[in-house]
Design a protein around this ligand. Sequence first.
Ligand code: P1T
Length: 379
Amino acid sequence: MGFATDAIHVGQEPDPATGAIIVPIYQTSTFVQEGLGKHKGYEYARTSNPTRAALERNLAALEGGRFAFAFASGMAAINAVMSLLKGGDHVVAGRSLYGGSFRLFERVLKDFGLSFSYANTCRLEEVERALRPNTRLIFIETPANPVMEITDISAVAALAHERATPLAVDNTFMSPYFQRPLQLRADIVIHSTTKYLNGHSDGVGGAVILNDAALAERLKFIQNAAGAVLGPFDSWLVLRGVKTLAARMLQHDRNGLAVAEHLARHSRVKKVHYPGLPSHPQHELAKRQMTGFGGMLSFETGSFANAKTVLKSVRLCSLAESLGGVETLISHPATMTHASVPEDERNRIGITDGLVRISVGIEDVEDIIADLDQALGSV
Ligand code: P1T
């Protein structure tokens, strides 16, 4: 079946007990057993819950993977993947990552004996140079938050596999509608479902999707043992959200391109980072690896004062962290999402004080553009 059909139907068969067309919210902590060891597949809701299991089946299908696990947040999903490692292991991570991933690595996981090297993963030779004999994972985000750097997933996967090292890809920005890393031979896909998968800015969640049975078994063990699971109501919200993923992503993509093209022509905008623009340094790779460019972009206003003016002046666009919802969100990475990245590192990546990020929503695009124009008019 096609993607939109799977999004609506996989894991979402009518409820066998009642015929309800919508998967029920199994708001229960435990399941009564008929006798010792005799139950209907569910024992305790941290281990497994039917609403969460439905979502996990659905997300596995959308990413083209065999196994999926849902977590309490994107960060909990990333932490679970990192829990596959042990003290002394080394990770090569992309230098461009969501600030919270960097914070988890540097301020939590280092204390458990993991070590991290950050590479410009757009350059294969830099990934290769960062590898060590004890490298046990390569972790990338593509497109990367917020400057939209693109990493060649198949090329990094080939390099990783030469060393029998798994490659994990945070696919939050594209969603499986526009990019399927497992098909490009990545081993682990991570999502903050808070973003496009939920799509309506009303729940925080995360997911990990993979094909390898041994890794999946270990991850399932970690999900249950550490317990950062997605609750039944939040699982249900994501199940509802994914049904319109295909329709929403098409509109995010149309609006994203229109806003990016408009800003690129704007006299008060110095630079636009959007993979769908031919001026993007990896536009050709983006066309090859993704089937659309999505709704995320960032642009350079030239100074902190200019960025502040734009963010203060918008009326339709909401100044807020997060992304991927139907409404347009605008933010200042240097002081918001990437505040935990040291300033010199931020400048190296291009997260300047004048950089503004937009998660272009699916409102009428003329209204979004008019709002940005009036805000830029105040600069
Ligand atoms: O917020 P949470 O659901 O825990 O997801 C973390 C996360 C993981 N990966 C990527 C690529 C992300 O962008 C995020 C969260 N990002 C934001 C909140 C933001 O505004 O960029």
